[in-house]
Structures are given as structure tokens and as C-alpha cells.
Design a binder for this molecule. Structure first.
Ligand code: CTP
Length: 445
């Protein structure tokens, strides 16, 4: 019996997929079809797959062409499958020509002509209207965002807003945007959604104005400096049936999801302590050092607070701070201690002090060390009393990692549930920011 194997995402199943499977089947007697998991697709940079794994497997099953359907969930699996299933022929479409030649030592490799003028990407774009995105602010963060957005199909940046028109103009020219505006209403009239990357203190005001103007909002962290402000924003978004997401990139990246899943699985027992650190030395005089919302805590604490609230929840009992200030009353290094009913957590952030950017999660059966930089989660170790049982997990983190939050923002706009970073966590983080600012006022008296 001649065994043939092929792989794909088979999202929004189309005639190109059908033709491929039909010809694959004709190559032998028994056809195995590997369907990719969403996690695997994400890790190889394929974002925005619309159908769930079970829907995509069902589409393949319905063709009646597959004798066996398997799940493909990791790099290296093809070689394993070829040996495991004693495959004679590996076949894929001609878009992969050359990519799988190294398997020729195990089996025959056949590239089948791809069906013209159809692809899942094309359907994803045509089935839904392209989301036109406007960028608020034209600084460093907005500049880092632009190269990432091209990895997400279905959303296109078209415009930039800056009250200083010159800034908007040069940004638009640099990134090839159609429009640049200094008038808010004109800006809103040409877009469906906004990405807010203006100075920190202006975030919440832009968020409210964009929601009032019926636009979906992706807002750079910190969304707000008060719990009430954040609450108002999420309430307005809910009332208007709009998406509001805080852009803390870690919340949306695959490695961090894996980490949270491993903690939730209970393998390190009950968690009693989470310690997370993020420091970034920045030159004196730069944005992080100047203005009302400058300093280590405003700039960086969102990340550790995200990690902590994901693992211990949002119902901490108390929070206290230790900060070190310069003459301009900017904290160069801060620590926050959160006390939970049955756990403790520590945040360490610095813009003038450098430390190890790792995360440590301690439980009753073991601990997890997330390697620095933990906020770009790519590697973490699970450690036990007996080191022979230790395990290490790896994950990919592509580019600047912003593509994951953009992809999730688009999914939410298209009506998919987005649970990676729920409103209550974002609100809790804003409430800690508020406590920090109160503490700062007390210290300055
Ligand atoms: N395929 C094909 N002809 C098409 C589209 C896909 O022969 N017009 C083949 C691919 O070469 C692959 C298989 O179908 O062997 C599954 O491809 P998949 O990546 O799931 O489909 P695409 O439509 O190419 O998806 P995307 O646009 O998301 O890359």
C-alpha cells in the first residue's frame, strides 16, 4: 500500500485545498492529512487563521479524500510522521517548492501545481472588510509598530494623527501612509480603528475620544493611571460594542500563553510567590525621564503587573512601594510588593538601575524560572526538589512581537472572543499605577 502524506492549515476551506487533496490522494492508496494547530501556525508566523482546529479538520474530513487526519503541532513533526506512518510520498503545493527536499532521503517528495487565484489569505481579506487603522502619535513606539503590522492580513495602516502636523507628515512619508492629520474629526472619518501610541499621559483622553467616535481602540500601555478611568473606558467600549485592548505585547505572545498554561496545570503546586523584573537603561533626557508621567514605574511596571495578575489574579489585598527618586522627582528604580490572601508578589522596574529581567514563580511543588527577557517569553524552566525531574520549555517570539497583539486586536474586531487580556486585569493594573502615583505624592511632601 502506497502511503501519501500532506499538511496544511486548510483555513476557510477552498477549491485550492480540494484540488490539492484530490491529486494527493491519486498519488497513492492511503492519504494522511496533517492539520496545523493554531499555536503552531502562530509560532511559524501565520496569524489570523479564522477557523478553529476542529472546524478545519472537519472541512478536510468532509471531502472524503483523507483516510486519516492528524494534527501537526510542532516543527520537526514531518520527519517523525514520515517514519512513524512509513510514508512513501510527501506532497504539498508548489508554493513550497524546494522547502522539503531534505526529506527525499526518507520518501519521495512531490510538489503539486497550486490552484491559481485562490488562497485562505485572499478569502480572509475578501470575506471581511479591510480594517483601516489610524495611528495616534508618531514617536518611537509607533515606528516600531509599523513594520510588524504587515505580518497581519486584514488590517492596514492608512493614517497618522499628531497635533503637530509636521510630525505626522514625516511619519506618513516614512511609512507610506495615505493620510496624515492634525484635525481629530478628519482623522477619525477615514479609519475604522486606532492604535494609540501618544505620550503616556494622553492615552486615556484619546481612548475616550476614539470610542466616542465609534472606533475600535488598541492602546499602548499604560492605558490609564487610575482604575476608575480604565473602568470608564471599558464600560464605554462595551456599551458601544467596540473593541478596547491594552497593548502589553507579552499578553498576546505564544510563549507567555504556554507559561500561564503550565502554571495553571498545577505542576508546581499552589503558587505562593511571583517575582518579576523589567529594567531598561535609557539615556538621561529621553522621554522616559521627562514629564509628569516619566519614571520607571509608569514606563515599565505594566509588564510585571501583567505577569502577576495573570498568575495570582487581580484581588490583591494591599500594595506598597519602595522607590528611589532623582531631583526631578522621577523614580529611577522602584519596587512594588503586592500582598494576596495566600501569596505575595514583587515588581522590580528601573530606568536608571539595571537588574536581571527574569521572572520567578514559586509553588508548593516546584518553581518556574522564566529566562530574561521574560516579557518576550521564549524559554522557561520548571524545577523541582529533585533536579532529575526538571523540564525546559521553548517557544518562538517573532520580530518585535507586536504582531501578536495586532492579530488579536483584528480577531476581536472580527467578532472572535479575545480572552488573553481581560478588562479586569487591565483595570487592576491601572489601579496599581494610581496607587503608585499617590505614594509618589506622599513621598514628595
Ligand atoms: N494549496 C494549493 N492551491 C491553493 C492554495 C493552497 O494547492 N490555491 C495547497 C498548499 O500549497 C498546501 C495546501 O493547499 O499544500 C494547504 O495550504 P494552506 O497553507 O492551508 O492554504 P493557503 O490557501 O495557501 O493558506 P494561506 O493563504 O493562509 O497561506
Amino acid at each position: 500500500m502506497k502511503k501519501v502524506i500532506t499538511y496544511g492549515s486548510f483555513d476557510l476551506f477552498h477549491r485550492g485545498h480540494y484540488n490539492l487533496l484530490k491529486r494527493a490522494k491519486q498519488l497513492g492508496d492511503y492519504l494522511i492529512v496533517g492539520v496545523t494547530t493554531e499555536q503552531y501556525d502562530k509560532s511559524r508566523g501565520k496569524l489570523n487563521v479564522c477557523d478553529s482546529l476542529s472546524e478545519r479538520m472537519e472541512s478536510v474530513r468532509k471531502t472524503g479524500l483523507a483516510d486519516e487526519i492528524i494534527v501537526e503541532d510542532h516543527i520537526g513533526q514531518k520527519a517523525e510522521d514520515i517514519l512513524k506512518y512509513q510514508v512513501d510520498i510527501l506532497t504539498v503545493g508548489s508554493d513550497w517548492i524546494g522547502e522539503f527536499d531534505h526529506f527525499r532521503k526518507y520518501c519521495e517528495v512531490i510538489y503539486l501545481e497550486r490552484t491559481k487565484d485562490i488562497s485562505s489569505t485572499m478569502l480572509r481579506t475578501n470575506n471581511f472588510n479591510l480594517v483601516r487603522l489610524g495611528i495616534v502619535g508618531s514617536g518611537k513606539i509607533a515606528g516600531r509598530f509599523m513594520p510588524e503590522i504587515k505580518y497581519v492580513s486584514g488590517i492596514v495602516p492608512v493614517s497618522v494623527f499628531n497635533p503637530r502636523l509636521e510630525g505626522a507628515k514625516s511619519f506618513a512619508e516614512k511609512f507610506g501612509l495615505k493620510f496624515y492629520e492634525d484635525d481629530w474629526e478628519t482623522f477619525l472619518s477615514k479609519i475604522d480603528a486606532v492604535y494609540i501610541a501618544s505620550p503616556h499621559g494622553t492615552h486615556i483622553d484619546y481612548v475616550m475620544r476614539a470610542l466616542e467616535g465609534n472606533k475600535h481602540v488598541l492602546c499602548e500601555k499604560p492605558l490609564a493611571f487610575s482604575g476608575e478611568d480604565a473602568k470608564r473606558a471599558y464600560a464605554l467600549a462595551k456599551e458601544k460594542k467596540l473593541v478596547l485592548m491594552e497593548a502589553i505585547k507579552t499578553a498576546y505572545c505564544p510563549g507567555f500563553h504556554q507559561l500561564v498554561g503550565v502554571v495553571q496545570s498545577g505542576i508546581i503546586g499552589t503558587v505562593y510567590d511571583v517575582e518579576a523584573c523589567f529594567t531598561k537603561l535609557v539615556p538621561i533626557g529621553s522621554r522616559e525621564w521627562t514629564g509628569e508621567y516619566a519614571g520607571a514605574f509608569s514606563e515599565l511596571a505594566s509588564y510585571p503587573l501583567l505577569g502577576i495578575s495573570k498568575i495570582l489574579g487581580v484581588n490583591y489585598k494591599s500594595v506598597r512601594f519602595e522607590s528611589f527618586w532623582n531631583e526631578q522627582q522621577t523614580d529611577i528604580y522602584s519596587k512594588a510588593y503586592l500582598k494576596y490572601p495566600n501569596a505575595a508578589a514583587t515588581v522590580k522596574v528601573g530606568i536608571g538601575v539595571k537588574s536581571l529581567g527574569s521572572m520567578l514563580i514559586s509553588g508548593t511543588r516546584g518553581f518556574i524560572e522564566v529566562k530574561a527577557p521574560w516579557w518576550k517569553t521564549t524559554e522557561f524552566g520548571v524545577h523541582y526538589e529533585n533536579p532529575a525531574n526538571d523540564e525546559v520549555f521553548f517557544s518562538r517570539y517573532l520580530g518585535e512581537g507586536l504582531r501578536y497583539e495586532i492579530s488579536e486586536f483584528l480577531r476581536a474586531i472580527l467578532g472572535h472572543n479575545s480572552n488573553y487580556f481581560p478588562a479586569e486585569e487591565s483595570i487592576a493594573i491601572a489601579a496599581v499605577m494610581e496607587e503608585f502615583r499617590k505614594d509618589r505624592e506622599r513621598c514628595m511632601k
